[in-house]
Design a protein around this ligand. Structure first.
Ligand SMILES: Cc1ncc(COP(=O)(O)O)c(C=O)c1O
Length: 362
């Protein structure tokens, strides 16, 4: 059976460590805002084209976007990325990105007739280096996809690296896609601090505050770039109004829920590290993670990550991902597990994972 079909069929019994969404309850205000909008029948009307009053402003303030940045609400970050490639990537234009990565974005480059230049980052320092990027730039390079912090590795770029990457973008006239999907877990440095005029920001409410099923994300860019993007906007009537209410409530209360959430994630990381440390041949390439997920390298065990995924899911109802989901070249070396699930879920992982590895080792 397809793992997703199985997991959705048994959704309540599954520990969902497969998709980096947050499932730790954070604030009652999100539910209240959604219920109020339902009770008032707000969904009967098309939402205001630019979004409900206050939401785009709250997003700009939270991300500390430059003053001339415009915010476009989209059906998840993924749709915003689709819109931007359609609008700005010329046929045959090269996009510098990584392997491993979040592959659906790469698919969108392909369907926009762009060319992927996937730099291998499954080795220390587990992120792109400035030298690697420099060597990959050609006369045809148009964009850089900077996922920061990185899905799946959990690495982030430090300020000097971001600055140097931005200098390269400037020198070679490149657009930087600053995918800050996981930024609330570590607050990485935005490229818009250095090259605001050539940055497009991709952000989402799927990972931080648990709105993945609501499908709400953000594309933000300076006015000059947004003017080129907007003709390709597929949401001229805006996006789901209940999702917008939920997102606004999340931002209005972020000071209350983000610090305890981050504390819980530190504790969850620790339990996974303790578990992995005891398994011969397994290790965490990056610790601590600057996201809400880990890569667990199991290459020295000789075990196929697809088998680990299958056994964890079908025998223990713990859903983690084989590396093959996020890497073409290195996917047979690791599994990915997120840890933004309630403690009980991480404990179930800690019990099941060593058992599964030891059974598959035989
Ligand atoms: C790096 C990255 N970008 C974008 C997305 C898209 O998320 P969503 O469409 O749920 O907002 C994801 C989801 O996993 C991701 O990992």
């Amino acid at each position: 059976m397809d793992p997703f079909d199985y997991a959705h069929k048994h959704a309540k019994d599954i520990v969902w460590m497969s998709q980096n969404t947050n499932q730790i309850p954070i604030t009652e205000f999100i539910d209240k805002a959604i219920l109020k909008a339902v009770q008032e029948g707000e969904y009967n009307l098309y939402p205001r084209a630019r979004g409900i009053f206050g939401l785009c402003e709250a997003i700009s303030a939270h991300l500390t976007l430059p003053g001339d940045y415009q915010v476009l609400l989209t059906n998840g970050g993924i749709e915003g990325l689709y819109i931007l490639f359609r609008a700005l990537l010329p046929k045959g234009g090269e996009v510098i990105c990584t392997d491993p990565s979040f592959m659906p974005i790469h698919h969108q480059v392909e369907i926009s007739d762009g060319i992927l230049v996937e730099l291998p980052i499954y080795q220390p320092p587990w992120k792109m280096t400035v030298e690697q990027i420099k060597a990959a730039i050609t006369g045809n390079t148009k964009m850089m996809l900077l996922i920061d912090s990185i899905n799946p590795l959990g690495t982030a770029y430090d300020r000097s690296e971001v600055k140097a990457i931005c200098e390269l973008a400037e020198e070679h006239d490149l657009i930087v896609i600053d995918d800050i999907t996981y930024r609330d877990f570590s607050e990485p440095v935005g490229t818009y601090e250095y090259v605001p005029e050539r940055t497009i920001v991709s952000y989402t409410f799927s990972k931080n505050c648990g709105l993945a099923g609501m499908r709400i994300g953000v594309l933000a860019a300076p006015k000059s770039l947004m003017e080129k993007i907007l003709p390709y906007n597929t949401n001229v009537l805006s996006v789901n109004v209940l999702a917008q209410r939920a997102a606004l409530a999340a931002l209005e209360t972020i000071g209350q829920w983000l610090p305890p959430l981050r504390q819980q994630l530190i504790e969850n990381q620790q339990l996974i590290k303790d578990t992995v440390d005891k398994i011969e041949g397994a290790f965490l390439p990056v610790y601590p993670s600057k996201t809400n997920m880990f890569v667990i390298d199991i290459s020295q065990t000789g075990i196929d990550p697809d088998d680990v995924q299958e056994k964890m899911l079908f025998e223990h109802n713990v859903f983690i991902r084989s590396g093959n989901y996020v890497s073409k070249r290195f996917g047979n070396k690791f599994v990915r597990t997120s840890f933004s699930v309630p403690r009980e879920g991480v404990e179930r992982f800690a019990e099941a994972f060593p058992k599964v590895i030891s059974e598959l080792r035989k």
